[in-house]
Design a protein around this ligand. Structure first.
Ligand SMILES: CCC(=O)NCCS(=O)(=O)O
Length: 745
């Protein structure tokens, strides 16, 4: 083995550790001229398919006869589209790709380097030679030693003085029957592999005997079969018994035509091209025979019509569509555990996000990483991708406690508050009207949503049993409530700032408070719409056989950019900005309340009011700090999960989610306690209400006047301590008013 390559993966941008490979497609083409695959014979009703432009009118014909439409056979000139699709692949969890274009189909390692640099996908280039009919004359005339030397040089120094090095040999093309030149190339390949120790990828001829024959030639020439990938098994071996016999020879087994769903196979018209479903059945067969660590899959895109730009499935089809299908087609949990070399006692479950969430979900299959990364796997088969696990009992219990507290405290506390507001006119102060927004939204969540969440997350361990509509309602109401709480807190903070720091400003009255509240609700109702639109219930693919259903908010993977914009806006305008506004409003309030000097005689009543004002300010600061503490983890978690994919790398993912959900939901309990339960003003009304309910006391407007303490938010009446203080000194009203503008609390 070339010493500097030992234990490394060599990409077109340099070497990296196998653990950095991530999800890897093991057989693709990014820059290819596949005209050697051209099939000139056109069907009688399409005598001139070749001359048809590539448009929607002709797409059906091109899909049916892809090898008879010459422009379809090249990706040259498509580099911008290919790079877009590489970025898309990366956005959806793809990481690396083996590019198998070799001599004969127009390899271009410089182009691959540019693509890797511009897209961030790790590209591993192939050295070697495609099928006989495609090769230039100098390959036919070259000696075996010359071929070995060129392949070794391509891997150790890079082709044609480029200095950009290949990382594998292949695809090495063979026909059926194998030609003399192809046999020479195969023997040279085995010799080069012996020097380099690198993987070899084989394109077998289109015959069921071809794969085994190639393996025989390579083995005789001293090749390392354990490091050889047999491609295109899709269209080579159709019989499960023959497949088992071939698998026993020890090479990697590759199904790499995923995405081709047209059964008519132009290259060999008397055999049927399998569908993805049939490919999966063959994959399942070898998995069941114990070859989990030998299976690799890819798309082998080599024609335009399979690019997304031309209406095709693109390089992300396996990530987006095939892996979920595999899971749903009964690749069992136990098998996937064995594939990952993990403990069969574990019950990995996919974590889709919390019910507030705007999750972009594609990530069904960490457990299938072996499929993509086997080429880079360590000799001992160690797996660098830990699995998601169920939440530990203690995290589930903790979330259960938070949910029960919400139902009891937010349910009862806010209901009582709302009844007080409804019953006693005097209680309808401006601040209380603003607090009523919080109270109402928290109350609805407590009685409508949290019981469902308790059932879903805590009692039934993420099994939704109430249908799609209810799932959407619960997700939507929770999201509206989140935004109402946030925006109402901002309004309360701004109102307090104006009252204390800017008393000369025109302040909104009760009508204004109601209008502002209507605005808060309208805004929240609108921005929460995606959480209803993208809510869905579907079988939990990892556990569907046990009747588990997932309920969550799942954005279509193709809308990643929109989702990013939405998430970014929510983070900016529903977290960062509100926190900044609340902080900016609170600081001058704190300063003013804690650093004022009151003129005049300080009576006990004034001192009490000063204390009350300080308590109120501290309450505001506490609310702000707890808002940040409770919600920051939620936003950070969502970003890490959806955009950086680091959470799926930790076993603690599910526990972290439960902790984040508990913290975020716990915020409404805190709000209820601070604004309702521990608010003397409100509790006095509650006492009055209790007496009314027992019939001990009939409240009238005059006795509410006697009983009630100053309402918490009516600064006009109760915060103007300076005014009271001056009145105590019998100064003229005009003088009092002038001074009090300076020192209003
Ligand atoms: C150049 C890519 C390639 O050879 N792909 C295999 C096509 S097929 O032989 O399986 O039809």
């Amino acid at each position: 083995m070339a010493e500097d390559l030992k234990g490394k993966i060599q990409t077109v941008l340099g070497c990296m550790d196998p653990s950095q490979l991530g999800r890897t497609l093991t057989h693709e083409h990014l820059w290819i001229d596949a005209s050697p695959l051209g099939v000139p014979t056109c069907p009688p009703f399409l005598p001139n398919l070749n001359s048809l432009p590539f448009n929607m009118d002709n797409l059906g014909f091109i899909r049916q006869f892809p090898y008879s439409h010459t422009p379809n056979l090249t990706l040259h000139g498509e580099e911008q589209h290919v790079m877009e699709e590489l970025k898309f692949y990366r956005q959806h969890g793809g990481s690396s790709m083996v590019e198998c274009t070799t001599v004969g189909i127009s390899n271009n390692i410089g182009m691959l380097k540019t693509m890797a640099e511009k897209t961030g996908v790790n590209i591993i280039a192939g050295a070697g030679y495609y099928v006989d009919s495609s090769l230039p004359s100098e390959v036919h005339s070259a000696t075996q030693e010359q071929l070995v030397s060129t392949m070794v040089q391509d891997v150790t120094q890079g082709p044609a003085g480029t200095g950009i090095r290949c990382g594998v040999i292949g695809e090495i093309g063979t026909s059926w029957p194998i030609t003399a030149t192809e046999k020479k190339v195969l023997v040279a390949t085995a010799a080069a592999q012996t020097q380099l120790g690198c993987p070899v990828i084989i394109h077998p001829g289109r015959n069921r005997a071809a794969p085994a024959e190639v393996i025989r030639i390579l083995a005789e020439a001293g090749g390392d079969i354990g490091r050889t990938v047999m491609s295109h098994l899709d269209r080579s071996i159709y019989d499960k018994g023959e497949l088992s016999e071939f698998a026993a020879l020890g090479s990697y087994l590759e199904w790499d035509l995923f995405g081709i769903e047209v059964s008519y196979y132009q290259q060999v018209s008397d055999v049927d091209m399998p569908s993805d479903a049939q490919r999966i059945q063959m994959v399942k067969h070898v998995l069941e025979e114990g070859y989990e660590d030998r299976v690799v899959i890819a798309h082998d895109i080599h024609t335009k019509h399979r690019l997304m730009h031309y209406g095709g499935h693109g390089y992300s089809h396996i990530l987006l569509n095939v892996v979920p299908m595999m899971l749903a087609r009964g690749v069992s949990q136990e098998q996937t555990n064995i594939m990952n070399g993990s403990n069969t006692d574990t019950d990995p479950d996919n974590l889709y996000g919390n019910p507030y969430d705007h999750l972009y979900a594609y990530d069904y299959g960490d457990l299938f990483d072996d499929f993509y990364s086997t080429l880079g796997q360590e000799e001992d088969g160690t797996d660098t991708q830990p699995q998601d696990r169920p939440a530990s009992l203690s995290f589930r219990a903790a979330l259960g406690v938070v949910y029960v507290l919400i139902i009891v405290i937010c349910g009862v506390g806010n209901l009582v508050f709302l009844v007080v507001i409804g019953r006693y006119k005097k209680a309808r102060t401006k601040t209380n009207l603003l607090i009523a927004n919080l109270a109402f939204s928290d109350f609805v969540v407590a009685v409508l949503c949290v019981p469902f969440s308790l059932d879903y997350y805590v009692i039934h361990d993420r099994a939704w049993r109430y249908g799609g509509e209810m799932c959407a309602v619960v997700n939507y109401v929770k999201t509206v409530s989140l935004h109402v709480s946030t925006n109402a807190l901002v309004v309360i903070g701004v109102d307090r700032y104006i009252t204390i720091v800017r008393p000369r400003w025109r302040r909104v009255g009760k009508t204004g408070a109601m209008l502002v509240s209507a605005g808060v609700w309208l805004l929240s109702i609108l921005i929460a719409v995606p959480s209803a639109k993208f809510s869905l219930v579907r079988p939990n693919l990892r556990r569907h056989h046990q009747g588990y259903s997932f309920c969550g908010v799942v954005w279509n993977a193709r809308h990643l950019t929109v989702y990013k914009g939405y998430y970014g806006s929510m983070l900016a305008f529903q977290f960062v900005l509100p926190v900044v506004v609340m902080a900016v409003c609170s600081l001058p309030v704190i300063w003013k309340v804690f650093h004022r000097e009151l003129p005049g005689i300080l009576t006990d009543a004034i001192r009490e009011k000063v204390q009350r004002s300080k308590r109120k300010t501290l309450r505001l600061v506490l609310i702000l700090a707890l808002f940040v503490l409770c919600w920051a983890p939620y936003y950070v978690y969502a970003a890490l999960r959806d955009f950086h994919h680091v959470l799926t790398l930790t076993d603690l993912n599910t526990n972290i989610f439960y902790a984040v959900e508990a913290a975020a939901m716990g915020n409404s309990v805190i709000n209820t306690c601070v604004y309702v339960a521990f608010n003397k003003n409100v509790t006095n009304f509650v006492r009055m209400l209790a007496k009314d309910c027992r019939g001990l006391h009939q409240t009238t407007e005059s006795n509410t006047q006697q009983i009630m303490l100053p309402s918490d938010g009516e600064e006009e009446e109760y915060d103007n301590i300076t005014l009271l203080s001056y009145i105590g000194r019998s100064e003229s009203f005009r003088q009092i008013f002038d001074r009090c503008q300076e020192t209003t609390l």
